[in-house]
Design a protein around this ligand. Structure first.
Ligand SMILES: *[C@@H]1O[C@H](CO)[C@@H](O)[C@H](O)[C@H]1NC(C)=O
Ligand SMILES: *[C@@H]1O[C@H](CO)[C@@H](O)[C@H](O)[C@H]1NC(C)=O
Ligand SMILES: *[C@@H]1O[C@H](CO)[C@@H](O)[C@H](O)[C@H]1NC(C)=O
Ligand SMILES: *[C@@H]1O[C@H](CO)[C@@H](O)[C@H](O)[C@H]1NC(C)=O
Ligand SMILES: [Zn+2]
Length: 273
């Protein structure tokens, strides 16, 4: 027979467990038709990431509290499209005032506050087109959250947290905070742009950040390699999919370590009471 005291102690331990357990989210960046073979901005072997991502989510279903998918979602005349800058080279500079408004075509502004380097891309992931749809091979669940980005026609957005100027943020950070998430496992496309910028912002925002290398592919090998080198310098953990088991085991065992002194203390109080 459990006494009311023991019952409250057990309830307390249960609550402690809920509050101390590390909450893990899986981020799936831009696994959309436009970035897959056959798409207008196809990443080489982009489709190879899909079974790896599906496998992570099915294998660790019990340990992943939340799955968020980002979706590049552009106006048909988006500023990042080469088609909008006839005669320009592959990279241009974009000037913005301090409110994040683009200066006019003569770069005339009352005050230039931002000078952003913009790569120009083929038209891709246009709002309400099948190019912007997630791959049908990607597992999705009704509980997944979808974070759209890049819908400001004048500002590009590689990161799923902030646009490239840091002018506006998406709802991702708030949703992760609401769910009490502290660790992120990041996958998707492309390793050297949207995955890289998302991981860098995640780390800055204080998340324990893991990028699963074989669940990503780069636009080019050179930019992919330098993105990986930079992420390592910034303290982002670069892992391979077989390492996810160890990472999750570590994150969940941290919670047990946190609890054990409390468990011993409370057991002793009740023993000698
Ligand atoms: C720049 O813009 C301001 C305000 O819009 C305008 O008054 C000014 O004439 C413009 N200057 C040039 C060189 O276009
Ligand atoms: C913007 O940056 C580029 C590259 O650093 C530089 O060449 C250009 O002069 C800058 N433009 C302005 C208006 O600051
Ligand atoms: C996309 O589709 C939605 C829903 O049909 C509609 O409300 C929205 O205006 C469309 N947007 C564009 C840019 O076509
Ligand atoms: C794209 O996705 C939307 C939303 O899930 C769906 O309604 C639409 O039928 C899809 N389009 C194609 C061509 O699959
Ligand atoms: Zn884009």
């Amino acid at each position: 027979m459990i006494s009311p005291c023991w019952l409250s102690a057990l309830t307390f331990l249960l609550l402690l467990d809920l509050t101390c357990a590390r909450q893990i989210a899986l981020l799936i960046i831009d696994v959309q038709n436009c970035f897959l073979p056959g798409g207008s901005l196809a990443v080489t072997e982009g489709d190879k990431v899909i079974p790896v991502i599906n496998n992570i989510r099915s294998e660790y279903k019990a340990d992943i509290s939340l799955v968020a998918l980002s979706q590049d979602w552009h106006c048909s005349d988006h500023i990042s499209f080469a088609s909008q800058h006839k005669g320009a080279g592959p990279i241009i500079q974009l000037l913005y005032d301090k409110s994040g408004s683009l200066c006019d075509e003569n770069n005339n502004c009352t005050e230039v506050a931002y000078n952003l380097t913009q790569h120009l891309w083929p038209d891709h992931c246009v709002i309400n087109t099948s190019s912007a749809n997630f791959s049908l091979s990607l597992t999705q669940e009704p509980s997944d959250i979808v974070i759209r980005k890049g819908y400001n026609c004048k500002v590009d957005s590689y990161s799923a947290f902030y646009d490239n100027g840091g002018f506006r943020y998406t709802e991702l950070h708030d949703k992760l905070q609401e769910a009490g998430i502290d660790a992120l496992i990041i996958t998707g496309l492309a390793r050297d742009y949207c995955v890289y910028y998302t991981a860098m912002d995640a780390k800055k925002l204080g998340y324990e950040t893991y990028v699963v290398l074989d669940a990503t592919r780069p636009v080019t090998k050179a930019t992919g390699d330098s993105a990986v080198a930079d992420m390592k310098i910034k303290g982002i953990q670069i892992i391979e999919s077989p390492d996810v088991a160890t990472v999750i085991a570590q994150l969940t065992s941290d919670a047990i370590h946190l609890q054990s002194p409390f468990i011993i203390m409370i057991s002793m109080i009740f023993m000698f009471h």
